[in-house]
Write a protein that binds this ligand. Structure first.
Ligand code: NAD
Length: 380
């Protein structure tokens, strides 16, 4: 199997954007993908200037994503882009992803996948019809210690899972930052561009995905408390959810952006009949395991004891920290391998798929609509 870099065209990620640059670092870390084209901004002049900043060929720097798809399709197959990477605000994900797949390109799209359940179902249908690989960058699943946690749950190391607590707390939206013109706050607090969920969509989506990836549990019921603390804001900035899972396990999920002092305070704790696991994103190279018998055990990335899936995505010897970019790169690695293999249903490849993205969108919508309404049924 050839492992040359997949040729990618990026939509969004221009000057002053946040996550596009992370995608470029992650895509290139292992040579999974290389940037050869882009429509990097909603403003055509900025799109062109951003391409020049990155050293992109001028004739493959496009003023719009529509132009990129059309012009790239006109190139010989061995030169044109193979994948479209979408790093725009959420409302742009759907039209770009749909058109990209229909034009024959694979897709890497950031979360949340799209704005509505209807859009999510349509993307799933288009993905199945076109047979394109579709990766959603739920990047926290890329951490080796998260893969180890998943492995430990699967092999029964903590027994049958009874309780899950997942928290994603940030503090950067504790004030009405959006009124200052800060662009990342501006679109994230506008339901037309962010979708129904504020904190829930932006970071609660990661929390939901992390629980699903590590435990494999399916949510059957939930009750949510959806709150907007900051005056004038029309979207949640603090959401807490009680969860019931199929099989009887219980959980708590909280996503909040009004917690001063919290940066990217994502924590996952899982307890089973025999023990527990605890992981913190701000200290991602370790995983704590507890057991009924004790004593506690701290697993370290690269300590020689990890499962194959975790070891395969570890690059450096222990004690040299790996973190956000490396975990992100692991999603790219899995997606690129699937693209090379032409394997479009995710089977046998470790990356979050369009189905994971669609489930997330459905859950965000249900949580927001069900806020304060008591227990609600949920079916994926
Ligand atoms: N996986 C993660 O950890 C993570 C972290 C941050 C953001 N995100 C997601 O990434 C996406 C982008 O977030 P961000 O914080 O980088 O936003 P941002 O506002 O910093 O950047 C968005 C970029 O998209 C461009 N854009 C907007 N409309 C466009 C269009 N029609 N054509 C081309 N470009 C267009 C903007 O000009 C800008 O360059 C969002 O979906 C967000 O939820 C994910």
């Amino acid at each position: 199997m050839s492992m040359r870099p997949i040729r990618m065209g990026m939509v969004g990620g221009g000057r002053d954007a946040f996550i596009g640059a992370v995608h470029r670092m992650a895509a290139s870390l292992d040579g999974s993908m290389e940037l050869v084209a882009g429509a990097l901004s909603s403003t055509p002049e900025k799109a062109m200037a951003s391409g020049a900043d990155l050293g992109l060929d001028a004739d493959r720097t496009y003023p719009s994503w529509e132009q990129m798809l059309e012009s790239e399709l006109a190139l010989p197959a061995d030169q044109r882009i193979e994948a479209v990477v979408i790093v725009t605000p959420n409302h742009v994900h759907f039209p770009v992803a749909k058109a990209a797949m229909e034009a024959g390109f694979h897709v890497v799209c950031d979360k949340p996948l799209v704005l509505t359940d209807e859009e999510a179902s349509e993307l799933v249908a288009v993905q199945q019809k076109t047979g394109r690989v579709f990766a959603v960058t739920y990047n926290y699943t890329g951490y080796p210690m998260i893969k180890e946690a998943r492995h430990l749950v699967q092999r029964g190391a903590i027994g049958k899972v009874r309780k899950v607590i997942v928290e994603y707390n940030q503090g950067w939206l504790a004030t009405p930052l959006e009124t200052s013109g800060q662009k990342q706050a501006d679109w994230r607090t506008d339901p037309k561009r962010a979708g129904a969920g504020g904190a829930m969509g932006d970071i609660g989506s990661h929390a939901e995905n992390l629980v699903s990836y590590v435990t494999g549990l399916k949510i059957s019921e939930f009750t949510s408390d959806v709150t907007t603390h900051v005056e004038g804001r029309s979207i949640d900035d603090d959401t807490s959810i009680l969860l019931r899972f199929e099989g009887g396990a219980r959980g708590i999920l909280t996503a909040s952006q009004i917690c001063p002092g919290c940066l990217n305070d994502l924590r996952l704790r899982v307890w089973g009949t025999q023990g527990g696991l605890a992981w913190h994103q701000e200290d991602p190279n370790t995983l704590k395991q507890t057991s009924l018998e004790g004593p506690d055990r701290i697993h370290h990335r690269a300590d020689g004891s990890l499962c194959d899936a975790a070891t395969a995505v570890t690059r450096l010897p222990g004690g040299h920290p790996e973190a956000f970019i490396e975990a992100f790169a692991n999603v790219y690695r899995g997606a690129a391998a699937a693209m090379h293999a032409g394997q479009d249903d995710g089977e046998g490849y470790d990356y979050p798929t369009v189905h994971d993205g669609a489930r997330g969108v459905k859950f965000i919508g249900a949580v927001i609509a069900g806020g304060g309404q008591g227990w609600q049924k949920f079916q994926e």
